[in-house]
Design a binder for this molecule. Structure first.
Ligand code: KG4
Ligand code: ZN
Length: 325
């Protein structure tokens, strides 16, 4: 069963075809990163216009790469939120048009649930229950997954998301945009030598990263940072320390079978390595290209929703503030 999916929640115009929720037949991503880098972050108006220009070519390319025609598809999945309203609208309208014209089921997908389902792409076996650490630019959360579509959010960020913290730290250190890869790269040439605070929020599974970011900002303002590489390494260490410690604690407490990692920050090699080292349970992580925004993960999620009979009508709308529940 082949699903075509569209993802336009932020600054990536993406389309993909996935078979049976696991086999990736195509994965097209048109990134706008170079356009937004000029402004030091995503400009929503610019993003939606760019999606309009890219959506049809990207969609066609995904079908060509997968070697499928409309008659081969079982449904059209699309990200409905969370994300930028104007960006989401482009994808949702394209998906509606395709579903209507070709009489295919329409499946609205939560972007965060999509990140989780990147773990299903490939042939790794996943045994429920699992705990998944979802760390992206807009969200950080610890989610207990009991079965397909059966979630309990155990912890979330109280302020900055992990990716957002990386982006802000990179800006403070003048390392450019997007911040995550820039910090990771700079940290390779530095040592963890600057003491930075960790918000443990004892007794809670929530996260908070605004304190560590502010501490870095104060040091920079006081002219106390002599090496951006050391600062990047110290910052990365502080964030990863909290993410890994909390994830491992929750996984033990909940007696899950596996630990999953997802979202853009999950492409960080140090985070992947540290979690694998510290976790007594098997850790599954998608390849880096499936951690950052893509449509294959939306197709994977869409497949399981379709299997569960969760389809939507043509009145499907975007929900920019959608939560995982
Ligand atoms: O999941 P994603 O592609 O988009 C959202 O849904 O937000 O995540 C993007 C975030 C950005 O904040 C980016 O800086 C961060 O993921 N990121 C990283 C790395 N690659 C991307 N953070 C740390 N290390 C990386 N290698
Ligand atoms: Zn994302």
């Amino acid at each position: 069963m082949k699903i075509l999916a569209i993802e336009t929640s932020c600054d990536e115009t993406a389309a993909a075809v996935v078979e049976d929720g696991r086999k990736m037949l195509s994965n097209q991503i048109a990134s706008q990163v170079e356009i937004h880098a000029r402004y030091g972050g995503v400009v929503p108006e610019v993003a939606s216009r760019q999606h309009l220009l890219s959506i049809i070519p990207v969609l066609k390319e995904a079908m060509v790469e997968a070697d499928v025609g409309w008659q081969d598809l079982a449904g059209v999945a699309v990200t409905i939120g969370p994300g930028l309203a104007g960006s989401l609208l482009v994808g949702v309208n394209a998906a509606k048009a395709a579903a209507m014209a070709h009489n295919l089921p329409l499946i609205g997908v939560n972007h965060l649930e999509g990140h989780l389902y990147a773990n299903w792409l490939g042939d790794k076996s996943i045994d429920f229950p699992v705990v998944c650490l979802i760390v992206s630019g807009g969200h950080s959360g610890l989610v207990l997954v009991r079965g397909h579509g059966d979630y309990a959010v155990l912890g979330r960020t109280r302020d900055d998301a992990a990716g957002e913290a990386f982006d802000k730290a990179a800006r403070i250190l003048g390392l450019g945009y997007p911040g995550g890869p820039a910090i990771e790269q700079a940290a390779k040439g530095g040592t963890v030598s600057i003491p930075l605070p960790r918000a443990w929020l004892k007794g809670s599974n929530d996260f908070s990263f605004s304190g560590v970011k502010t501490a870095l900002l104060r040091l920079a303002e006081a002219g106390k940072i002599s090496s951006a590489a050391d600062a990047a390494a110290s910052f990365q260490e502080a964030v990863i320390d909290v993410l890994v410690t909390k994830t491992v604690a929750v996984a033990k407490e909940r007696r899950v079978k596996q630990v999953l990692l997802a979202g853009g920050v999950a492409s960080n090699a140090m985070l992947r390595q540290r979690l694998a080292e510290k976790s007594p349970l098997p850790v599954l992580v998608p390849p880096p290209i499936l951690c950052t925004d893509n449509a294959a993960m939306i197709a994977a999620c869409g497949y399981y929703r379709l299997q569960a009979g969760k389809t939507n009508g043509l009145d499907l709308d975007v929900t920019p503030g959608l939560k995982l529940s």
